[in-house]
Design a protein around this ligand. Structure first.
Ligand code: TYM
Length: 330
C-alpha cells in the first residue's frame, strides 16, 4: 500500500501560541487521526540556533514543546515525534542541498530571511541557508505532504525546487513536496492584526497556550477590532482574525450565528470576543489538563524512542545520496 507520508517541524523557541496550533499542530493531530498516512513530526533545534537564543534554556524548551505537542493530541504510538539534532543526517543532507542544489539567488528571495535578519544584530550564514535544512528535514524521509501555516509556503516551494534539481542532476531520488494548509493558515496578532501572530512581536501580540484562562480572556477582550470595515466594505483585519479563530475552534454553530449578525449589521464586538474567549479557553484548558499527564522524564523517553525509530530511514536516504552524488565509498 502506498501511504502518504507526512512530515512537519516546529522550532523550540518558547511556548506554543494559538497561531502554531490553528495553523499547524491542530492539523498534525487531525492527519494522524485520519489514519491514512505515516506522520513524522520534528522539533527542529538546529533551526532554533540560527537566531539569538539562550543556550541554558534550549534543552528545556525542547522538552516543554514536546510535552505540549503530546498534550495537543499527538500520539507517540501512531506518530513519530523526535528532535532534529538526535538524527545527524539532517545537517548532512542540508549541506549537500546547500552545496549542490540551492542557489544564492533563491535564498536571497526568502521573505522570512529578510524579516528575521532585521530582528538580529548578528545575521548568521545559517539563518540564510535555513530553508536548505528545512528541505533536508522533509526529504530525508521522502515525505510528500507538509502541514504548515502560510508563512512556510515559500520555503516549501524552494524544497520542491531543491528536490527537482537533485533528481535531474543525480537521478530520481526525492518526491515533490506539497504544503497542506488549514482553514486558518495565517492567524494574526491580536494587537496589530495586519501582522501575523508571532512570539517575536512581543507580549500582547500572541496568545500563549500556557496562559491562564484569565489572561486569555483579557487578551481577547483587548484584541484590536475598532478599525471597522475597510473602504470597500470588506471586513476589517481584526474582526476577520477573531472570526477565523472562532471558526477553527467552534463546534457549536456560534460562528454561523455571529457571522449572520455581522452581515445584518448588528454584531456587537463584545459578543464576538466572548464567543472567541469561550472557544479558546475550552480548547486550551483541555490541552493544559492533558499536559499534566506527561512528566518531563516520560517525554524525554518518548523523544528518544521516536529518534531511534526514525533514524534507520534517515541513514538509508543518506547512504543513497552519498552514492548518487559521487562520494567515495571507502
Ligand atoms: P515555526 O516554528 O515558526 O512554526 C511552527 C508552525 O506554526 C505555523 N505558524 C502559524 N500558522 C498560522 N498563523 C500563524 N500566525 C503562525 N505562526 C506560526 C508555521 O507555519 C509552522 O507550520 N521553518 C519552520 C520549522 C520547520 C519545518 C521544517 C516545517 C523546520 N523544518 C520542515 C515544516 C517542514 C518554522 O520556523 O516554523
Amino acid at each position: 500500500m502506498n501511504r502518504r507520508r507526512i512530515f512537519s517541524g516546529i522550532q523550540p523557541t518558547g511556548t506554543l501560541h494559538l497561531g502554531n496550533y490553528l495553523g499547524a499542530v491542530q492539523n498534525w493531530v487531525a492527519l494522524q487521526n485520519a489514519g491514512d498516512a505515516e506522520c513524522i513530526y520534528c522539533i527542529v533545534d538546529y533551526h532554533a540556533i540560527t537566531i539569538d537564543y539562550d543556550l541554558h534554556h534550549l534543552a528545556s524548551l525542547t522538552v516543554d514543546l514536546a510535552r505540549d505537542l503530546f498534550a495537543c493530541g499527538l500520539d507517540p504510538e501512531i506518530s513519530t515525534v523526535f528532535v532534529q539534532s538526535q538524527v545527524p543526517e539532517h545537517t548532512e543532507l542540508a549541506w549537500v542541498f546547500q552545496a549542490a542544489c540551492t542557489s544564492y539567488g533563491e535564498l536571497q528571495r526568502m521573505t522570512q530571511f529578510k524579516a528575521k535578519a532585521e530582528e538580529q544584530s548578528f545575521v548568521s550564514a545559517g539563518l540564510f541557508t535555513y530553508p536548505a535544512l528545512q528541505a533536508a528535514d522533509i526529504l530525508l524521509y521522502q515525505a510528500t505532504h507538509v502541514p504548515v501555516g502560510e508563512d512556510q509556503v515559500q520555503h516549501l516551494e524552494l524544497a520542491r525546487e531543491i528536490s527537482r534539481r537533485f533528481n535531474s542532476r543525480f537521478g530520481n531520488t526525492f518526491p515533490e513536496v506539497r504544503p497542506l494548509l488549514t482553514a486558518a493558515p495565517r492567524i494574526m496578532s491580536l494587537r496589530d492584526p495586519d501582522k501575523k501572530m508571532s512570539k517575536s512581536s512581543g507580549e500582547g501580540h500572541y496568545l500563549s497556550l500556557s496562559a491562564t484562562q484569565e489572561e486569555m480572556g483579557k487578551m481577547i477582550q483587548r484584541a484590536v477590532t475598532d478599525v471597522g470595515p475597510l473602504p470597500d466594505g470588506s471586513m476589517g483585519s481584526g474582526v476577520k482574525n477573531l472570526f477565523d479563530i472562532l471558526q477553527a475552534l467552534d463546534d457549536r454553530g456560534i460562528y454561523d450565528q455571529l457571522m449572520a449578525a455581522y452581515r445584518e449589521g448588528h454584531l456587537k464586538y463584545v459578543d464576538l470576543k466572548a464567543a472567541v474567549a469561550d472557544a479558546v479557553c475550552r480548547t486550551v484548558g483541555s490541552i493544559q489538563e492533558r499536559r499534566l499527564s506527561f512528566s518531563p522524564e516520560r517525554v524525554q523517553e518518548l523523544l528518544r524512542e521516536g529518534a531511534d525509530r526514525i533514524r534507520p530511514q534517515a541513514e538509508e536516504t543518506m547512504a543513497t545520496v552519498r552514492e548518487r552524488i559521487g562520494l567515495a565509498d571507502l
